[in-house]
Design a protein around this ligand. Structure first.
Ligand SMILES: [Zn+2]
Length: 486
């Protein structure tokens, strides 16, 4: 009897192992014909010099609209009109404040237009930048490998590459069937209300429904995702929302010589620790499943065993992903305590100790659900939880099984060859939170390669882009506009 049971057990175990291994074996990427089109011949010197010149305009946006140097923004726009005169001659232009909207009329009025967009405002550089940067951040220095400066990645490269692509297509007498809009924002870094926000209102007013939009977002990531050797083009199909709350510990205040057994700071500390130890629940589903399913097909076999058998290994995978800050941010709403305040005297007990906590909302959560989660978790009458403002929801999630997504992924594959393309979630914000209101689907991706050491230039020090990467970005945009609009 016992032997019979053991036999059954071994047979069951064997079957289980076979299922796991067969599923892992079948976890293969779709095959794509990676025919790299004959490399498009560009006016490389002109394109590189134009990116360099664009960086030299100090179009720095400021949280206070009164403090913009609008003259500098205007000089940049005047320069664009002069440098891209063919584009301005053939496309209809409209300014909404300092944001530029161009319309390239297509021949087929029955097709919904598409929109390609970027922003030309940049974040400031720290006052001591001269000592920290290898090159002056507004010099637009061109060396043998790189173009340097603020905006080289975020996002003047996007703006100039799109204009170069349109200029190229006009040179070749390309005529779009589908109308193509181009929009270049002046206030993305401070929320885009007066730029992308106004453009979106204008388009909606004109009854324009965009088929899809392409904005800045992720890049063609090289050596950034662990265990994956091929470059990964992460096309973001949504962006996270944000919520800031205050957690307030309350207790008797008074003189520090006769403290009660628990202070407001004690209550607050316990509450914050609980919040950190109990992250908002998250899991591999939707976008994150789409991303890791695609990427894991290229991973070594031991990873394939895990990702091809989520039914068995999901809890293990979730805990591995949660350990990495970048991966964790993709699967859940993140919790970040950022500010603390209490008494400002060394011998005074505060009656209130305040912790400020910033959450970046995953599309599955909303501000109310987060506040309820926090209240239930802390469950202490000495703690008050209140929202600092209404918060913003994550964007809607765009479909990644559409012609638009395929246009972008195929065009990028044609330039870069054997790469992985996967949907992703943008953890920062972009102007697409506005444009998405006028579009069926919104994608966020910069078709430029980016390595780990270049990544730190975004909003940081030594922002730069490889000349070749920039040129291949232009080639990608040419493909995207051509196949998206023909
Ligand atoms: Zn940006």
């Amino acid at each position: 009897m016992a032997r019979k049971l053991l036999n059954y057990f071994l047979i069951a175990l064997g079957l289980l192992l076979s299922v796991i291994l067969v599923r892992a074996y079948l976890h293969q990427p779709d095959s794509y014909e990676t025919k790299i089109e004959g490399r498009l011949v560009l006016d490389e010197t002109k394109a590189i010099e134009n990116l360099s010149k664009s960086i030299q305009f100090k179009t720095i946006s400021h949280p206070d609209y009164e403090k913009f140097d609008y003259d500098e923004f205007q000089r940049f726009l005047d320069w664009l009109e002069k440098e891209y005169s063919q584009v301005f001659k053939n496309l209809e232009k409209k300014y909404l404040g300092n944001t530029l909207l161009l319309k390239w009329q297509g021949d087929d009025f029955s097709l919904n237009p598409i929109l390609l967009t970027g922003h030309y405002d940049v974040v400031p550089v720290k006052a001591n930048a001269i000592n920290v940067w290898q090159e002056d951040p507004f010099s637009g220095k061109i060396d043998s490998e790189y173009i340097w400066g603020r905006g080289a990645l975020d996002d003047k490269s996007g703006v100039i590459a799109i204009l170069e692509a349109v200029d190229y297509l006009l040179d070749k007498s390309f005529k779009p069937q589908r109308t193509v809009y181009l929009s270049f924002g002046h206030d993305e870094e401070i929320g885009g209300r007066r730029g992308a926000g106004k453009v979106t209102e204008f388009l909606i007013d004109q009854d324009v429904e965009l088929e899809w939009t392409l904005d800045e977002g992720s890049f063609l990531l090289k050596d950034i995702i662990p265990g994956v050797n091929k470059p990964v083009a992460v096309i973001n199909v949504a962006e996270k929302g944000s919520l800031t709350i205050q957690v307030i510990g309350k207790a008797e205040g008074g003189h520090s010589s006769m403290p009660s057994s628990k202070s407001s700071i004690g209550y607050l500390s316990e509450a914050l620790l609980k919040l950190e130890d109990n992250p908002i629940p998250g899991r591999l589903e939707g976008i994150s499943l789409g991303l890791f399913d695609e990427v894991s097909k290229q991973m070594p076999f031991q990873y394939k065993i895990l990702f091809a058998n989520l039914w068995l290994f999901e809890p293990l995978i979730n805990s591995i992903l949660s350990d990495s800050p970048t991966m964790n941010a993709v699967i859940r709403t993140t919790t970040a305590p950022t500010m603390l305040s209490a008494s400002n005297r060394l011998n005074v007990l505060a009656s209130e100790a305040i912790g400020t906590v910033n959450f970046r909302l995953h599309p599955r959560d909303n501000p109310e659900s987060i506040v309820n989660y926090v209240k239930d978790l802390i469950g202490n009458k000495n703690i008050e939880v209140k929202k600092l403002s209404a918060g913003t929801l994550a964007s809607s999630v765009s479909d990644w099984n559409t012609d638009g997504y395929r246009v972008i992924s195929n065009s990028v594959r044609e330039v870069y060859g054997d790469i992985i393309v996967a949907p992703g979630l943008m953890v920062g914000g972009s102007d697409s939170k506005h444009y998405a209101k006028a579009a069926k689907n919104s994608y966020r991706f910069n078709p430029f390669p980016l390595s780990a050491n270049e990544l730190s230039g975004l909003h940081g020090v030594d922002e730069r882009i490889k000349k070749n990467d920039f040129l291949n970005g232009i080639r990608s945009y040419i493909g995207i506009i051509k196949s998206g609009a023909e």
